[in-house]
Ligand binder design. Sequence first.
Ligand code: HEC
Ligand code: HEC
Ligand code: HEC
Ligand code: HEC
Length: 184
Amino acid sequence: MQKTRIKLNFTIPLWLAVIFAFFLLFDDFASPINIVSQQTGNARQKDIQVPPPPLTEGIFPCSECHAEMETNPEPRELVDFHDDIEFTHDEKNRWCLDCHDADNRDMLHSAGGEPIDFKESYKLCGQCHGPKLRDWRAGIHGRRTGNWNGQKQYLLCAHCHDPHSPKYKSMKPEPPPKKPGNTK
Ligand code: HEC
Ligand code: HEC
Ligand code: HEC
Ligand code: HEC
């Protein structure tokens, strides 16, 4: 009699411990809070949706002309083509091939030389304009729409700023309204 009582006393806590351990292990995967934190943890990059880059119709793929052409790395005024590009973006220190890839003209490249797709040109801008990129991601700079914990639509920096001449031109203010002639 004494024997069975002791046995019972041990088996119940043992089972409780097993059940508790089970929950410790598997609750982690089942809890909705955890699913959300996993999504926001690793999905920031793929959550960024952008409309197509605002390239002039017919200009892309660049390789249509450039695959056949010798790259001329000499900073110069372009005359045979692209003479419509006004380049005023730290132009004293830089030139086209600091952003455009010399070997694959269909890609941009980072300062470190890694290729960057035109669809992800914000990565290029963010290398020098870090705080702006951070604000852009957070939806403070530029324009962001979508879900707080899921896919978000962004406009690329290039949708608003010309990468070659990015400064917003100051606008000429409209004249003040005219006073109608017959009122006093
Ligand atoms: C600061 C980086 C940067 C520099 C420097 C730069 N570009 Fe670009 N360029 C870009 C980006 C980013 C785009 C993509 C814009 C877009 O998405 O529409 C672009 C777009 C272009 C296009 C396509 C334009 C169009 O009409 O759609 C051409 C052509 C071009 N660049 C040539 C040049 C030439 C030539 C130079 C040098 C005079 C130059 N770029 C300098 C970043 C740069
Ligand atoms: C219709 C043909 C054509 C297309 C398409 C074209 N380019 Fe060019 N590109 C040229 C020519 C021609 C030159 C040389 C101009 C000069 O030397 O005056 C040139 C020069 C350049 C240069 C200066 C460096 C070099 O190799 O001479 C850059 C940078 C450049 N192009 C970028 C681009 C980018 C980026 C695109 C696509 C968005 C593009 N180009 C599309 C014809 C083209
Ligand atoms: C290699 C560094 C570098 C990269 C990459 C770069 N910028 Fe800049 N940017 C500068 C510097 C330096 C200036 C200030 C000098 C100037 O205005 O010429 C500047 C100026 C600007 C300005 C004007 C700020 C003002 O009001 O005077 C804007 C807007 C801008 N960049 C946007 C962009 C965008 C958009 C991209 C990506 C297409 C980009 N930048 C890529 C270095 C960079
Ligand atoms: C929806 C349009 C839009 C988008 C997208 C956008 N910008 Fe701007 N940006 C503006 C406007 C408008 C200004 C303000 C110009 C002013 O006040 O003179 C500005 C100003 C700037 C300035 C200069 C402002 C300052 O503080 O002096 C920089 C640099 C800049 N943007 C970089 C970027 C970069 C980098 C991106 C992408 C990561 C980006 N912008 C995306 C519209 C935009």
